[in-house]
Design a protein around this ligand. Structure first.
Ligand SMILES: N=c1c2ncn([C@@H]3O[C@H](COP(=O)(O)OP(=O)(O)OP(=O)(O)O)[C@@H](O)[C@H]3O)c2ncn1[C@@H]1O[C@H](COP(=O)(O)O)[C@@H](O)[C@H]1O
Length: 107
C-alpha cells in the first residue's frame, strides 16, 4: 500500500502554487483563477462518473486521482485548509476522535 497521503499532495500543491515555476501545471492553472480551477475539477468529476457508470475500474482509479488532485488545487485556490474539510466530516460523525477510541472494544 502507498504511504502517499492527501496531506502530502496538499503540501506539494501549496509549494508549487508559490514556486513561480513557469513549467508548473499547478501554478499555471491557479493563475487562471478559482472559477477555471472549479471548472477543471467539475470536468474531472464527470470523467470519474463516466468511468464508474461504465464499470471501468482502471479508468475510475485514474480519473479519481485527477479529481482528487484538482480538488486539492481548488482548496488552494480558495484558501481552504484540508483540515477544515476533515473537521467538517468529523463533525458529521457526531463523535470526536477521543470518543471513538473510548467506544472501541478492548483488544
Ligand atoms: N497529481 C498531479 C496531477 N494530476 C493531473 N495533473 C495534470 O492535470 C492536467 C489535466 O490534463 P487535461 O488533459 O485534462 O488538461 P490540459 O489539456 O493539460 O489542461 P487544460 O487546458 O484543460 O487546463 C494534465 O496536465 C496533468 O499533468 C497533475 N499535475 C500535477 N500533479 C501533482 O502536482 C505536482 C506538481 O506538478 P507541477 O505543478 O506541474 O510541477 C506533481 O508532481 C504531481 O504530484
Amino acid at each position: 500500500m502507498s504511504d502517499f497521503t492527501l496531506p502530502d499532495l496538499v503540501a506539494i500543491v501549496h509549494a508549487r502554487a508559490t514556486s513561480g515555476d513557469p513549467g508548473s501545471y499547478t501554478a499555471k492553472l491557479l493563475a487562471k483563477g478559482p472559477a477555471r480551477v472549479a471548472k477543471k475539477f467539475g470536468e474531472e468529476a464527470v470523467e470519474a462518473v463516466i468511468a464508474a457508470v461504465e464499470g471501468d475500474n482502471a479508468a475510475l482509479t485514474s480519473e479519481a486521482a485527477d479529481m482528487l488532485y484538482h480538488f486539492v488545487v481548488l482548496l488552494e485556490a480558495r484558501g481552504i485548509p484540508l483540515d477544515a474539510v476533515m473537521a467538517e466530516l468529523a463533525g458529521r460523525t457526531g463523535r470526536t476522535g477521543l470518543e471513538e477510541k473510548a467506544s472501541r472494544p478492548p483488544e
